[in-house]
Design a protein around this ligand. Structure first.
Ligand code: SF4
Ligand code: SF4
Length: 62
């Protein structure tokens, strides 16, 4: 993954399981109204932990 990429969540597909929030080492994701949100985009390092952990593959790096 290229430097400067950030997590983008497809809210239509998110089931609200919260796994990505738990695995994010930077703690930049939060559940908002049962959907995962990147609440601190400036601190997302694009490491892709959330992408690998999401069971429905609704997170990508862009
Ligand atoms: S890419 Fe890494 S830092 Fe960014 S939201 Fe996902 S797990 Fe967190
Ligand atoms: S892991 Fe995927 S489905 Fe679960 S809350 Fe995060 S984005 Fe939504």
């Amino acid at each position: 993954m290229a430097a400067g990429q950030k997590a983008v969540i497809n809210e239509e597909l998110c089931t609200g399981c919260g796994i990505c929030v738990d695995v994010c080492s930077q703690k930049v994701l939060e559940m908002v109204d049962d959907v995962a949100k990147l609440v601190k985009p400036e601190a997302c390092d694009g490491n892709g932990e959330c992408v690998e952990a999401c069971p429905v593959a609704c997170i990508s790096l862009k």
